[in-house]
Write a protein that binds this ligand. Structure first.
Ligand SMILES: C[S@@+](CC[C@H](N)C(=O)[O-])C[C@H]1O[C@@H](n2cnc3c(N)ncnc32)[C@H](O)[C@@H]1O
Length: 257
C-alpha cells in the first residue's frame, strides 16, 4: 500500500470522509503542499502529526474542502433560475422544497432566498443547506461577508438585504431565518426526498467519475418527478438520460423518471 492509500484509510477511520472518491492528483497536490509547509516529509508523518495537533487537523479539513463561494456566482445562471425555472416550479407547487447541497459559507442558499423573495413572502421560504464542513456552516450561520463575495449581487438586493458593519456586510435576519443549515456528507449520508429543486454547484468537479455518477442517481431519487437539479458552470452532465434527467436549460436538469 502506498503512503497516500494508507493516509486515505486512516482518514476514513478517523472522520468517515473517503478521500478515495475525490480526484487523486488534485487532492494529493493540495495536501502535499500543506504538509510540506509544516515541515513534514510524507503522508504518514502528516497523519501522525494531525493525531497530536488539533489545529493541523482543522487545517487539513480546510485544505481538502475548498470553501470558495460568492453570492450570485455565475450571475447569468441565477437569472435563468429566476426567470425560467422558478415560474414553472411555482406552477406545480407554491411551497417549494429546496436543498442547497455543499453550501459552503451560505452565499448559495442565501442567494436562493433572495431570488425567491421576488415571488413569495420570505416567511413562506424554507431552504435546507448542507455541507461536510462544520466551520463553513458556522460561518454561514453568522452571515458576515466581505465585499469580494458580494461582487455579482444586484445592487437592489445588496441594498435590501445587507447592512455594512465595518469591513463586513451583514445579511438580513429575514433572509437568514429562511435557511436551515446541517452537516451532511454527500458521499456517505442519506438524502432527503421529494425536493422541487436541488442546487449542487462547484463540488462535483472535485469528485471521481464514479462518485459523480452515483451522485447523479441519488439526486434523481431525491427529486420529485419534474424537479430540477442545478449544477455548477463547469459541471455539465454528459448523458443526463442515463440518470433519469432531461436538459431544461444549460446546467439545469429536470427529473423525467
Ligand atoms: C467550492 S465550494 C462550493 C460552494 C457553493 N456550492 C458554490 O458553488 O459557491 C465546495 C464545498 O463543497 C463542500 N464539500 C466537499 N466535499 C463534500 C462532501 N463530500 N459532502 C458535502 N460537501 C462537501 C466543501 O466543504 C465546500 O464548502
Amino acid at each position: 500500500m502506498n503512503g497516500y492509500q494508507w493516509f486515505i484509510e486512516n482518514i476514513k477511520r478517523k472522520t468517515g470522509i473517503d478521500l478515495a472518491q475525490y480526484k487523486e492528483a488534485q487532492m494529493k497536490r493540495r495536501l502535499t503542499s500543506l504538509y510540506e509547509k509544516r515541515g513534514l516529509k510524507n503522508f504518514q508523518e502528516f497523519f501522525q502529526a494531525m493525531e497530536k495537533d488539533e489545529a493541523l487537523f482543522h487545517e487539513f479539513l480546510d485544505r481538502m474542502t475548498i470553501n470558495v463561494s460568492e453570492f450570485y456566482r455565475n450571475a447569468k445562471r441565477w437569472e435563468v433560475l429566476e426567470k425560467k425555472i422558478l415560474p414553472k416550479l411555482f406552477e406545480q407547487n407554491r411551497r417549494l422544497k429546496i436543498w442547497s447541497a455543499a453550501c459552503s459559507t451560505g452565499e448559495e442558499p442565501y442567494t436562493v432566498a433572495m431570488i425567491l423573495s421576488k415571488y413569495i413572502p420570505l416567511a413562506h421560504v424554507s431552504i435546507l443547506a448542507t455541507d461536510i464542513d462544520e466551520n463553513a456552516i458556522a460561518r454561514a450561520k453568522i452571515g458576515l461577508y466581505t465585499e469580494r463575495s458580494l461582487q455579482e449581487i444586484p445592487e437592489e438586493m445588496k441594498k435590501k438585504f445587507f447592512k455594512k458593519e465595518g469591513m463586513y456586510y451583514k445579511i438580513d435576519e429575514k433572509i437568514k431565518r429562511t435557511v436551515t443549515f446541517k452537516k451532511h456528507n454527500l458521499l456517505a449520508d442519506p438524502f432527503g426526498r421529494q425536493f422541487d429543486l436541488i442546487v449542487c454547484r462547484n463540488v462535483l468537479i472535485y469528485f471521481t467519475e464514479e462518485a459523480k455518477q452515483q451522485l447523479y442517481y441519488k439526486f434523481n431519487q431525491a427529486l420529485r418527478p419534474g424537479g430540477i437539479l442545478f449544477v455548477g458552470s463547469t459541471e455539465q452532465i454528459f448523458n443526463p438520460a442515463l440518470y433519469g434527467f432531461e436538459i431544461e436549460d444549460t446546467f439545469f436538469y429536470r427529473k423525467i423518471k
